[in-house]
Design a protein around this ligand. Structure first.
Ligand SMILES: Cc1cc2nc3c(=O)[nH]c(=O)nc-3n(C[C@H](O)[C@H](O)[C@H](O)COP(=O)(O)OP(=O)(O)OC[C@H]3O[C@@H](n4cnc5c(N)ncnc54)[C@H](O)[C@@H]3O)c2cc1C
Ligand SMILES: NC(=O)c1ccc[n+]([C@@H]2O[C@H](COP(=O)([O-])OP(=O)(O)OC[C@H]3O[C@@H](n4cnc5c(N)ncnc54)[C@H](OP(=O)(O)O)[C@@H]3O)[C@@H](O)[C@H]2O)c1
Length: 447
């Protein structure tokens, strides 16, 4: 097997799994995994909620991949800014794009731009300590609405309803803990536009809502509709059955007098945010399932007073310089991971994997099978891919240095990781995340 060098753009799980599978399948493959952030792991570090420590096992596994000497991590390198596609072609046989998704899908309803209306992705980035978002988040609202019936909606509702001190053992950054401590929310209303069997919650995440002794989870009876299609799904899909069972428990639960409440409203479609200069209420239209699992409006509207709204209606990938992008689907057009140009033909040596390949749906584990498919395509194409101009593995490092790109390496990440863990130890916590980019880089360099 000839030597090959591959650049993976994006050090989230999809990119790291791709590097792992490639180095296992091809004994002479060397991979550089680039990321615009100084730290790896993408949404596993900057999306997964801080009170989900079981994910740490996945981080350990991803960390072992990055420790492979045939794989190099090059952080703080932004594709399209610090390196263009043409630069990568000069240094690598192939490029795998794994840039994921970071933004909120828009929700076009009247009032959505009022102050107090937020995208869930922005809030998630704040509480996960992303370096590129503001440090402060005003949590003044006592009643809050969360739009959407997916796991991000659950994360946001839980983070808003659960008292800050219950988060203190986790890895949250100090500014986030301070922000959550000042949170005034007492009632969090989650609005799903369809019924219990159409919610996209995972059973475990839904059960977890009620784990905090300070939070009552209550379900509004009115929207609990089960149509013929729902019945079929419930009997054929164990996950849906578990979700519906949990929702039934919430329906039967009586308030315990807990200090905070999460109210789940099914079959209520948000149609407008109301308010004079700021969010004062959310207007929803009651919906009716039509027998096929779809819902249509009934013309009956409900106004719920809230002072803040978070829309958790899905993430959205961004397009990248010099690469095709399907704006309607929000993905890089591809066939089994082979990136397709405007003519529908595969762009030689360019591949995609993870959320940028198939859209922002699915768990971390799904990015592994994704990566396996993309690597199969890449290996099948190898004979037709031209070798790059530079055959020295370190030429790319010189290129970055010449351009004054302050890139971080795996050793740097190991130092930053140890630094965050030691900050946590001193405070009896798992880790305290370092947030500002320059402080991350300084800690990574041991400064
Ligand atoms: C809020 C939230 C919570 C979640 N919680 C869980 C959970 O608890 N369990 C679970 O299994 N799944 C969870 N998921 C799903 C999981 O995070 C995704 O399945 C997974 O992260 C997708 O992986 P990815 O590598 O495609 O993208 P990402 O994780 O988004 O990684 C993409 C990487 O590309 C980098 N990048 C982007 N643009 C550039 C550029 N121009 N140049 C260089 N680098 C770039 C980014 O910095 C990032 O590091 C959650 C998702 C969200 C949104
Ligand atoms: N702990 C975890 O394991 C975890 C945590 C977070 C995220 N994730 C995963 O990450 C992926 C993304 O999660 P997500 O929550 O962003 O997306 P998601 O699972 O696709 O859920 C999006 C929700 O938004 C609703 N929605 C979309 N457009 C809407 C509109 N115009 N009006 C009202 N509601 C609208 C959808 O309803 P319809 O179904 O009616 O369209 C759906 O309920 C998922 O696969 C999720 O499982 C996992």
């Amino acid at each position: 097997m000839r030597n090959i060098r591959v650049a993976v753009v994006g050090a989230g799980p999809a990119g790291i799994y791709a590097a792992d599978i490639l180095t296992k399948e091809h004994e002479n493959a060397e991979v550089d995994v680039l990321d615009r952030l100084p730290a790896p792991y993408g949404l596993v570090r900057y999306g997964v909620a801080p009170d989900h420590p079981r994910i740490k096992e996945i981080i350990r596994a991803l960390g072992r991949v990055l420790a492979n000497e045939r794989i190099r991590f090059l952080g703080n390198v932004e594709f399209g800014v610090d390196l263009k596609l043409a630069d990568l072609h000069l240094h690598y046989d192939a490029v795998i794009v794994a840039t994921g998704a970071a933004a909120d899908r828009p929700l076009e309803i009247p009032g959505i731009d009022l102050p107090g209306s937020h995208g869930a992705a922005d809030f998630v980035s704040w509480y996960a300590g992303h370096p590129d978002v503001p440090r402060d988040w005003a949590l003044e609202a006592e009643s809050v609405a969360v739009i959407g019936a997916g796991n991000v909606a659950l994360d946001v509702a839980r983070m808003l309803a659960k008292p800050a001190d219950e988060q203190l053992t986790t890895e949250i950054a100090d500014n986030v803990h301070r922000g959550l401590k000042a949170n005034k929310a007492k009632d969090v209303h989650v609005f799903a536009r369809r019924g219990p069997a159409q919610a996209r919650f995972s059973p475990m995440e839904l059960r977890e809502l009620a784990h905090s002794p300070s939070v009552d989870v209550l379900l509004d009876e009115e929207g609990f509709q089960v149509d013929e299609a729902s019945q079929k799904t419930i009997s054929s899909n164990k996950g849906v059955r578990l979700v519906v069972d949990t929702l039934l428990k919430y329906l039967e639960a009586s308030p315990t007098g807990a200090s905070h409440r999460i109210h789940i409203h099914l079959c209520q479609n948000p149609v407008a945010l109301l308010g004079d200069g700021k969010v004062e209420a959310i207007r929803t239209e009651r919906t009716e399932l039509d027998g096929t699992g779809h819902a249509s409006g009934t013309g009956e509207y409900v106004d719920t007073p809230v002072q803040a709204v978070y829309r958790a209606v899905g993430y959205l990938s961004s397009d990248l310089p010099d690469l095709p992008f399907d704006h309607a689907a929000g993905v890089i057009p591809n066939e089994a991971g082979r990136v397709l140009g405007l003519d529908g033909q595969a762009v030689p040596g360019v591949y995609a994997t993870g959320w940028i390949k198939r859209g922002p749906v699915g768990l971390i584990g799904h990015t592994k099978s994704d990566a396996a498919e993309t690597i199969r395509s890449l290996l099948a194409d190898l004979d037709g891919i031209a070798a790059p101009e530079h055959d020295d593995r370190d030429a790319i490092l010189e290129h970055l240095t010449d351009r004054a790109v302050d890139f971080t390496t795996h050793d740097d990440w190991v130092r930053l990781d140890a630094h965050e863990i030691s900050l946590g130890e001193a405070a009896g916590r798992e880790r305290i995340k370092v947030v500002p980019r320059e402080e991350m880089i300084a800690a990574a360099r041991g400064e």
